[in-house]
Design a protein around this ligand. Structure first.
Ligand code: HEC
Length: 96
């Protein structure tokens, strides 16, 4: 029964666009502790996103597919993109 459930979830995820799958994965993995605004207010290089993911995993985030999230975050929130309207600091308050 559990195997069926896993299969059903996996086929749903793989049927989607990688970006869509990554968004869902981000929501699942990153929102237990803070809002995605904190994530989306960053503009980082891929190496820095890698460190960020590893830091969060060290704090308890569960990330089974690190590469999926890393590619997604590096593309969507790259240092070459325009900055967000408001930068947030670690505790979610305005940084500037
Ligand atoms: C176990 C709890 C937890 C989970 C899950 C978690 N984070 Fe965090 N995250 C934190 C805490 C606590 C802070 C605030 C740290 C601070 O004040 O410096 C934070 C801050 C951040 C920041 C702001 C910059 C920084 O390093 O402080 C980013 C970006 C971030 N998290 C990304 C993510 C991403 C991406 C995920 C999903 C893969 C994630 N977080 C999942 C606990 C978590």
């Amino acid at each position: 029964m559990r195997a069926l459930l896993v299969l059903a979830i996996a086929s749903r995820v793989f049927a989607q666009e990688p970006r869509e799958a990554a968004r869902e994965e981000e929501k699942r993995a990153c929102t237990p502790c803070h809002s995605l605004k904190l994530v989306h207010s960053q503009r980082l290089k891929p190496a820095a996103w890698g460190k960020e993911i590893d830091k969060m995993v060290g704090w308890g985030a569960i990330v089974p597919d690190r590469q999926l999230l890393l590619t997604y975050l590096s593309e969507e929130y790259s240092e070459t993109k325009a900055g967000p309207a408001v930068y947030l600091s670690g505790n979610g308050t305005k940084a500037k």
